[in-house]
Design a binder for this molecule. Sequence first.
Ligand code: NAD
Length: 476
Amino acid sequence: MENMAEAAVKELRSTVSSGKTKSYEWRISQLKAILKIVTHHENEIIEALRSDLNKPEHEAFIHEIFSVASSCKLALKELRRWMKPQKVKTGMLTFPSSGEIVPEPLGVVLVISTWNYPFLIAVDPVIGAIAAGNAVVLKPSEVAPATSALLSKLLGEYLDTSAVKVIEGAVRETTELLAQKWDKIMYTGNGRVARIVLAAAAKHLTPVILELGGKCPAVVDANINLKVTARRIISGKWGCNNGQTCISPDYILTTKEYAPKVVDALAAELEKFYGKDPLGSNDLSRIVNIHHFDRLEKLMDDEKVSGKIVHGGQRDKTNLKIAPTILLDVEEDSLIMNEEIFGPLLPIVTVNKIEDSFGAINAKGKPLAAYLFTNDKTLKEEFVRSVSAGAIAINETALHFMEVGLPFGGVGESGMGSYHGKFSFDAFSHKKAVLRRGFGGEVSARYPPYAPWKLQLLKALVKGNIIEILRALLGW
Ligand code: NAD
């Protein structure tokens, strides 16, 4: 018997074959419908995010609702321009001719999403897929069940279900989906499952976008505005889903002498933001589930680092809460330095000279984002030049995510491919090369029987040298 995944792909393929999803009007209607979802159902989305993560309304609105609305508005505004074939200059060899790049939909695509921004990371790629004229199946994360159910309900009500489907579920359902032939798969999540996705995609030669995580470093140089630095680090760490964010600073690198000042500044600002009892603060998300809570406890209780907590450390297992926690001078061989933390713990690694931190970063897998706080122009240039990462932000954390002119994606261990703004449209389009010629402009030199003068002429054409062209043609 046909399973749900097979049936869905069959229906979507037939919709794509009808040509419906290619039209500008269809794409616009679906994008408008998504915009309606975010405007008419803001409260339900906020409630679902509260239920899944106790996400503060402020973060739910800015990071998820506002971001999705902005993506939609941009696509609605720019779609005609994005869809327009792009003229390309052609050369002597094809003269007379014209060339263009025609973006065409890939067909039927699969989006597998994760739990930490369960609304944004599900809907944002769907916007790109629809804008590019594809049919799409969205598989939200079962780890955020309230948002998954809401996505299924709202997308089912507002969108054209013959072309856009939500299939909820966990490993079994995702495995069934991955067994189908797709024209592109976009997966957001961890590296272990990414390997499963990539292996499944290889069977059908399906291209894949992998949005993964890793350990994002924040290098803090001395003699900077520490108050602003501390606030921006806190905002990118604890102010982003309590550290459960792929681009949150995972650890700080600073010099031995400067580290105590960094700790003091962070501690002072943390207290201003979350009070003396951060476990009681409503402005921090909770840990998503007991499995992740236990994982984070293990990182804190590792005997190599348990004595190094210099701020925070409080936890409340019943309510799945962990306070913002700073650990000073952790060793590279501790557990916390050997996996992505993805939670409210922030270790500080000290170096002798700030320049040493660049080598320490490059010795690990390429991060999704790398941050540097400094006033030093040379250090900034050296950081951009020598650190390989999905993105770099100078004197800021995480905010590059909000810039639609910048591609968002990883490199190496942190992923492949990127999206956001026009990059989302490109991610789900094929760039078809089109060369147009008439029946004139025949050059017999391209045809057999080959002769020395023909080769001479072609060489002259390649060089674009008029004198040599004439010489070959006229036999001078
Ligand atoms: P998760 O547990 O929600 O899993 C992600 C998806 O994979 C889910 O839809 C799940 O159903 C599916 N899945 C799980 N096991 C599977 C299996 N065996 N076979 C097939 N599918 C399976 O999320 P997670 O992996 O815990 O997500 C956290 C990770 O995601 C972190 O590493 C984080 O850095 C990364 N992340 C990256 C980005 C980004 O944009 N680059 C954004 C958010 C999170």
